[in-house]
Design a protein around this ligand. Structure first.
Ligand code: HMG
Ligand code: MG
Length: 298
């Protein structure tokens, strides 16, 4: 059985733009987010309150967030530690995301901590956020494979997911950071998580399209009951600390499939495609999304 409605968690402005070589001007980012909201997206990850030396592309978070704060949509932001949470709360952020890894190698590369050290950093951050009435998402990267470690045992993913849930995370997002997952693997992981006590209704999926599997993986997750799907407008993205990562599943490709299945998203595909075409002109390269290309050449 497929869900009647899917909530799209749009990550283009964060996961997409964090990986661009050149810094996108703050006003263009704000306009991008405004247009995404205008296209009907209701959860738009806006930026990250991380160390500006680690991700210079998002160093303007303090300037950007106030420009989009009053759009009337949910605007989650990434926070790696208490410093990041303080910065986000000072600007009135109502949704934050901590980001853990299922592997040691990526915890080290992305957060400069061991896996357990990073979980220890998140624990009080999640607690403080919940005390402030802030919604917390917990990302888990490298759920399906790691560029340094190869295969990632399912129980290792379950351990990190359970730890994040025990801290108080409201939802989880299973990251296929390097895009190596295939549908059977997705179903296996979801079953193992359910057996470990993580209910499907708190799970979102975050696929990167490196091997062209993101839509197939999404369909498998929907069939299992998942109703939150991360995607990036125009297929922008990658990850600066995982060299084999390419762009996220393109939101347009996702919407094309969902609407074809009769699943509601609230998204106007024409307006979304126009937004990605506009952004591609600013980035001076075409969108990798097949749907964007097909619809913009009509
Ligand atoms: P560190 O160097 O270990 O930091 O970096 P530290 O805790 O030792 O502090 C060093 C200095 O940084 C201190 O300043 C801190 O105040 C400052 P000093 O006292 O020396 O002047 N500092 C900060 N400044 C501003 N904002 C902060 C902050 N924290 C410390 N939040 C740190 C550790 C976590 C900060 C660093 O590794 C970092 O910023 N990492 C972010 C990496 C990142 O953003 N990666 C991309 C997002 S994850 C992703 O894309 C995957 C995902 O899409 C899912 C998937 O696909 O799998 C979510
Ligand atoms: Mg990602």
């Amino acid at each position: 059985d497929l869900p009647a409605r899917v909530r799209i968690h749009e990550v283009g402005a964060r996961d997409g733009l964090q990986n661009e070589k050149s810094a996108v001007p703050t006003q263009i980012k704000a306009e991008f987010i405004r247009r995404l909201a205008g296209a009907g997206l209701t959860t738009i990850e806006a930026t990250s309150f991380v160390h500006p030396k680690w991700v210079p592309q998002l160093a303007d978070a303090e300037d950007l967030f106030p420009l989009v704060r009053d759009l009337g949509v949910d605007l989650p932001v990434l926070v790696p530690n208490q410093r990041g949470l303080d910065r986000a709360l000072a600007l009135g952020a109502e949704r934050v995301a901590v980001f853990a890894s299922a592997t040691e190698s990526f915890a080290k590369a992305n957060l400069n901590r061991t896996l357990d050290e990073s979980l220890a950093v998140f624990e009080p951050v999640v607690r403080h956020a919940k005390d402030e009435g802030v919604h917390v998402r917990g990302y888990v990267s490298m759920c399906f494979g790691d560029p340094w470690e190869g295969a990632v045992p399912l129980h290792q993913v379950a351990r990190v997911c359970t730890a994040l849930r025990d801290m108080g995370c409201d939802e989880l997002s299973l990251g296929d950071t390097i895009g190596v997952a295939t549908p059977g693997h997705v179903l296996e992981l979801l079953s193992v998580l359910n057996e470990a006590g993580v209910p499907t209704n708190v799970i979102g999926v975050h696929f990167h399209d490196t091997y062209g599997q993101a839509l197939a993986n999404t369909l498998a997750a929907l069939q299992h009951g998942v109703t939150t799907v991360d995607a990036s407008a125009g297929g922008l993205g990658g990850c600066p600390y995982a060299k084999s990562a390419t762009g996220n599943l393109a939101t347009e490709d996702l919407v094309w499939m969902l609407h074809g299945l009769g699943i509601e998203t609230g998204v106007d595909l024409g307006r979304l495609t126009a937004t990605s075409v506009w952004m591609a002109a600013h980035l001076d390269r075409p969108s990798p999304s097949r749907t964007v290309r097909a619809l913009s050449h009509k």
